[in-house]
Design a protein around this ligand. Structure first.
Ligand code: CMP
Length: 685
């Protein structure tokens, strides 16, 4: 809409100026004048309908408003946009808006370094710089017709743009190294800063010194017609040398590239970018060196012992000359040889030395960066290898037996899987929220496989998993020793463990998704059985302090664990009261639950606990305490329990209540036990 209005306005301006040129006033102009009184402008003769039959838009704003519009557009172009650089500097869109307001308040025509204009300007400058730095040396060294129109046009155009760049630099805000967020927008400060830093280098590399020299040298203009006359030739050569000053533009290239590198290529990309830049820089230096190899003998007039004369290239086509020169330079730079012939003259020898030094420096830098890149590509694997090497040395130093060495090596392989990360340090460097998210994500398979978690409140799960420690046990390892005092419990992510009684009998086996070692933590007594790893076991341990801290916040989960623990104790013929009588069970809900667990245990002591008997038992016992438990469960879980079945009254994760309510048959206690211990019985021999 705005665009269409502006087009019609432009059209009328064009008509007006065309008519003015023709010496008469246009209809449009007339109508402009007529409309000016009423504030409404009409197209003379064109009516209120456009060519396409649509109504013509309302009158465009007065020319002043249009100027304002243009001004606004231009100013918007100079303002910071939400590009990568701006977001890196200011962090958020809000801060960016503030910066825009600050720039507007400054009220000057200052270009923000994060503006779209500056971005595209830098991009154009980068392209022009690359073109200049490639073309200039070739033109200076291989083309004698320095005064051809093409060459002059190219030079004039690029010189003008580089001079404009100086003006643009005077109006571009400055990002400070130490205080990145505070961009200098005061033109006086900008000018001061620019004058102190890059101004003179930029100016010298932009001024067409060679042409100024030629213009001021009158002898040259007199001898212009006879270019090859001795004096004129010398003047021309001097002008050529002066034009080499343009190559100082390389400093701008380095500036722009390093700035872009910093902003747009982080992490791995930055290493690749640095290598890419280095290769480009090496090629550029090779190119310059090649041109220099030819320029010097050319300025000397190709002495017979110069490499050009030896190769008989004086009159050759420029591309052939350039190719041999480049070959020579590259041979020096890569320390491969001297080209076709070794240097014969003193000048050639010095030139060779120069290109060897510059080339070797670049080559060394390149090798350093490439090695760095290769090493950083797989730092975790490298760290793992280093760690294994150290362990091997340690085992040899301590003269460990072969079998133990084998076990240690296998442990390392299984535990770290070829990559070593200092996970604690990495996670410690993250924000609390991120750390929690990462841990939750890492433990997703555990949470999914452990029914105790899968059905629990997500806050409970999050609280527990953030406190878990990953541990690996090898087959045959005694994870828990009966009779010892325990300080942690375990969740099985992967693997099989045997619950071994004092007489060496295996009571049962637990596998993925189950947990063990909780009884000791619940009772503060000694371990009731030993636990032995049958296969490689990936476990997550929870320390007693964390265990108590979390379960104190979620009493329902404690009850769930206690009820399962009582059942387990029963199975191995121990007194389930161990978990039922706790000092802190003072609430009426706690007493009720304990009563249920005790009743269950007492009866179970006399009955062999088949699934059916447990189910019957639970239904009978739970029938007694159903009402108070329902109320307790509702209060503790904070959820409504519609249509409660018998099993739903047991304290358990809230999602299981929902599940039970959808079942036609309420699950028995044994099935509850199974829900929390999916592998308790499955693997028992
Ligand atoms: P704790 O006594 O701390 O250490 C030994 C663990 O073996 C014990 O906790 C229980 O977690 C586990 N355990 C003992 N008996 C059984 C059983 N019958 N079924 C499953 N696990 C058991």
């Amino acid at each position: 809409m705005c665009c269409a209005r502006y087009t019609s306005y432009l059209f009328r301006r064009v008509v007006k100026y065309t008519c003015e040129l023709a010496g008469r006033e246009s209809d449009a102009d007339m109508s402009l004048k007529q409309g000016s009184g009423t504030g409404k402008v009409h197209f003379g003769g064109l009516d209120d309908v456009s060519l396409y039959g649509t109504p013509v838009e309302p009158a465009p704003p007065a020319p002043d408003a249009k100027q304002g519009f243009l001004r606004n557009q231009l100013q918007a172009l100079f303002q910071p946009t939400d590009n990568k650089l701006a977001m890196k500097l200011f962090g958020s869109k809000k801060a960016l808006m503030k910066e825009r307001i600050r720039q507007k308040a400054a009220g000057h025509w200052v270009i923000h370094p994060c503006s779209s204009f500056r971005f595209y300007w830098d991009l154009c400058m980068l392209l022009l710089l690359v073109a200049n730095l490639i073309i200039l040396p070739v033109a200076i060294s291989f083309f004698n017709d320095d005064l051809s129109t093409r060459w002059i046009a190219f030079n004039c155009l690029s010189d003008t743009i580089f001079l404009i760049d100086i003006v643009v630099n005077f109006r571009t805000g400055i990002m400070q190294q130490d205080n990145a967020e505070q961009v200098i927008l005061d033109p006086k400060l900008i000018a001061k800063h620019y004058l102190r830093t890059w101004f003179f280098l930029d100016l010298i590399s932009s001024i067409p010194l060679d042409y100024i020299f030629l213009i001021f040298n009158q002898d040259f203009s007199e001898n212009f017609q006879i270019l090859h006359a001795g004096r004129a030739l010398r003047i021309l050569r001097l002008a050529k040398l002066l034009s080499l000053v343009r190559l100082l533009r390389l400093s701008r290239l380095v500036r722009y590239v390093s700035q872009w590198e910093e902003v747009y290529f982080l992490n791995m990309a930055s290493v690749f970018m640095r290598i890419f830049n280095l290769i480009c820089m090496m090629l550029l230096i090779g190119h310059w060196s090649g041109c220099l190899q030819f320029l010097v003998p050319m300025l000397q007039g190709f002495p017979p012992n110069s490499w050009v004369a030896i190769n008989e290239l004086q009159e050759a086509f420029w591309l052939e000359q350039y190719s041999w020169a480049l070959f020579k330079a590259m041979s020096h730079m890569l320390c491969i040889g001297y080209g076709r012939f070794p240097p014969q003259s003193l000048t050639d020898m010095w030139l060779t030395m120069l290109s060897m030094i510059s080339g070797a420096t670049c080559y060394a830098l390149f090798l350093g960066h490439a090695t760095n890149l290769i090493q950083s590509l797989d730092s975790s694997r490298r760290q793992y290898r280093e760690k294994v090497k150290q362990v091997e040395e340690y085992m040899a130093y301590r003269k460990l037996p072969r079998e133990m060495r084998q076990r240690i090596t296998e442990y390392f392989e299984h535990r770290y899987q070829g990559k070593f990360f200092d996970e604690e340090v990495i996670l410690g460097e993250l924000s609390e929220k991120l750390r929690e998210d990462v841990i939750n994500y890492n433990c997703r398979s555990l949470v999914a496989s452990v029914p105790f978690f899968a059905n629990a409140d997500s806050n409970f799960v999050s609280d527990v998993v953030t406190k878990l420690r990953y541990e690996v046990f090898q087959p045959g390892d005694i994870i828990i020793k009966e009779g010892t005092i325990g300080n942690k419990m375990y969740f099985i992510q992967e693997g099989i463990v045997d619950i071994v009684m004092a007489n060496g009998e295996v009571a049962t086996s637990l596998s993925d998704g189950s947990y063990f070692g909780e009884i000791c933590l619940l009772t503060n007594a000694r371990r009731v059985a030993s636990v032995r790893a049958e296969t490689y076991c990936n476990l997550f341990s929870l320390s007693v302090d964390h265990f108590n801290a979390v379960l104190d916040q979620y009493p329902l989960m404690r009850r769930t664990m206690e009820s399962v623990a009582a059942e387990r104790l029963n199975k191995i013929g121990k007194n389930p009261n161990l978990v039922a009588h706790r000092e802190d069970d003072t609430t009426s809900e706690g007493n009720t639950i304990n009563a249920v667990v005790n009743a269950l245990a007492a009866e179970a002591e006399h009955v062999s606990l088949s699934d059916d008997s447990v189910a019957r038992l639970s239904e009978r016992s739970l029938g007694l305490a159903l009402q108070p438990l329902q109320a307790a469960s509702c209060r503790m879980a904070g959820v409504a329990l519609p249509g409660l079945g018998v099993a739903a009254a047991l304290p358990r994760p809230k999602s299981e209540h929902d599940f039970s309510s959808t079942q036609a048959q309420p699950p028995s206690l044994s099935s509850v036990g199974a829900a929390f211990h999916k592998s308790d019985a499955g693997i028992a021999p």
